[in-house]
Ligand binder design. Structure first.
Ligand SMILES: C[S@@+](CC[C@H](N)C(=O)[O-])C[C@H]1O[C@@H](n2cnc3c(N)ncnc32)[C@H](O)[C@@H]1O
Length: 316
C-alpha cells in the first residue's frame, strides 16, 4: 500500500482538541494534555481504550510500553479510535522501545516526524485512511488463551505467557489454606488457581493494579469464592480480618527496581490479616524484605531458598 504525504503540525503549535486520549504518564517535559481521557490499564479507574468507538478521538498521546507486542497493540488501538486526520503522538524512552518506534510506525504505513528529547524518541503522525496492519496488531497483542499455559492472558501482563518461577516456588510449598484470604498482585491468576484448590478456603480477593491482569484472572477463575479488584494494593483498607495472604509482590515501578513496593505490600498484608493470620511471600533472593517482615509480623520463617527466589511464612 502506498503512503500518502501529510502536513504535520509543528510540535510547538499543538493545541489539544476536544477529544484527546492519553495512554500512561509521559514526563511533564512533553506537555501531556491535562484534559485528556486516560486509558492506561495500569491506572485504576481509567477508561479502557478497547471501549472507545472507531474514529471517535481527535488526538492521542501514547507513552508507549516497553514490550513489542504490547506497544504495537496500543498504537494499533490508538489508530483504530483516531478519526482520519487525527493526531497520533507516540513517545518512549530511547532504551525502552523508543529506538524501535520509527520502524514500527513505518510498518503501519504512517508518515511522521521523529524527534529526540530527554532520552526519549517521539513520533508525531496524522491518522491516514491508508494505515494498515491495525487489526493484526490488535489480534496479536489482545487477550487470548495462551497455548501451553491453558490460561487467558495478554502481552504486557506480568510473565504473561509463562508461570513465573517465584510463583511456582510459592505454589509448591504453600500448605492447605483455610478461611478468607487475598492474593496481592494476582497477575492472570496462576497462584490464586493453586490457592483455590484448598477446599477450606472460603473467599479469595484477587487484587492487581493491571486491568488486563484482573480481566484475565476473571476469565481463568470461575469460582464463586473468588472476587476481583482492579486496585493499587497499597491503598486497600486495613481490614484486619483475613486469615491468609499470598503474594509474589512487584519490585519494578516504571522499569526501575523499586524495593519499596514489596515492602509496602508486606505492611499492607499485615494490615489486612487478623491476629494469627499468615502471609506467604515469595521474592527474588536479593531483595531486602526481612526487616520489614520482622517489624510487621510476630513470627517469620524462611521456608525455601531456590533458583534465585526465597519464600517466607510470616504469622501476625
Ligand atoms: C511479580 S508479579 C506476580 C503476578 C502473579 N502472582 C503471577 O505469579 O503471575 C506482581 C504483580 O503485581 C502487580 N502490581 C504491581 N504494582 C501493584 C500495586 N501497586 N497494587 C497491586 N498490584 C500491583 C503487577 O501488575 C503484577 O501482576
Amino acid at each position: 500500500m502506498s503512503r500518502v504525504g501529510v502536513s504535520l503540525d509543528p510540535l510547538t503549535r499543538y493545541h489539544p482538541p476536544m477529544t484527546t486520549l492519553l495512554y500512561g504518564r509521559p514526563p511533564l517535559v512533553f506537555d501531556p494534555p491535562g484534559d485528556a481521557v486516560q486509558t492506561s490499564p495500569l491506572i485504576p479507574g481509567s477508561t479502557a481504550i478497547e471501549s472507545l468507538a472507531d474514529g471517535s478521538v481527535e488526538a492521542a498521546m501514547i507513552y508507549a510500553p516497553p514490550g513489542v507486542l504490547e506497544r504495537r497493540y496500543v498504537v494499533a488501538q490508538a489508530l483504530r479510535v483516531l478519526k482520519a486526520g487525527g493526531r497520533l503522538d507516540v513517545l518512549a524512552p530511547k532504551d525502552r522501545g523508543g529506538s524501535r518506534l520509527k520502524k514500527e510506525l513505518e510498518a503501519f504505513g504512517l508518515s511522521f516526524t521523529e524527534a529526540a528529547k530527554a532520552h526519549h524518541r517521539r513520533c508525531v503522525a496524522v491518522r491516514l485512511e491508508t494505515a494498515h496492519g491495525v487489526e493484526a496488531a490488535i489480534a496479536a497483542g489482545g487477550p487470548h488463551k495462551v497455548e501451553g499455559l491453558g490460561a487467558w492472558s495478554q502481552p504486557g501482563v506480568f510473565a504473561w505467557d509463562r508461570i513465573d518461577p517465584g510463583s511456582a516456588l510459592l505454589a509448591a510449598h504453600v500448605p492447605e489454606l483455610s478461611g478468607a484470604g487475598a492474593d496481592l498482585g494476582c497477575g492472570y491468576g496462576a497462584l490464586a488457581t493453586v490457592v483455590l484448590r484448598s477446599v477450606g478456603v472460603t473467599a479469595l480477593r484477587l487484587v492487581d493494579l493491571d486491568r488486563r491482569a484482573v480481566e484475565a484472572a476473571r476469565r481463568n477463575i470461575e469460582d464463586a469464592r473468588a472476587t476481583f479488584e482492579w486496585a493499587d494494593a497499597r491503598t486497600l483498607d486495613d481490614g484486619g480480618d483475613l486469615d491468609f495472604v499470598v503474594s509474589n509482590p512487584p519490585f519494578h515501578d516504571g522499569g526501575a527496581e523499586d524495593r519499596r513496593l514489596g515492602q509496602a505490600f508486606i505492611r499492607k498484608a499485615a494490615g489486612l490479616l487478623k491476629k494469627g493470620g499468615v502471609l506467604w511471600l515469595v521474592a527474588n533472593r536479593h531483595l531486602p524484605y526481612e526487616a520489614e517482615l520482622n517489624a510487621a509480623f510476630k513470627r517469620v520463617r524462611p521456608v525455601a531458598d531456590q533458583g534465585g527466589y526465597k519464600l517466607f511464612e510470616a504469622v501476625k
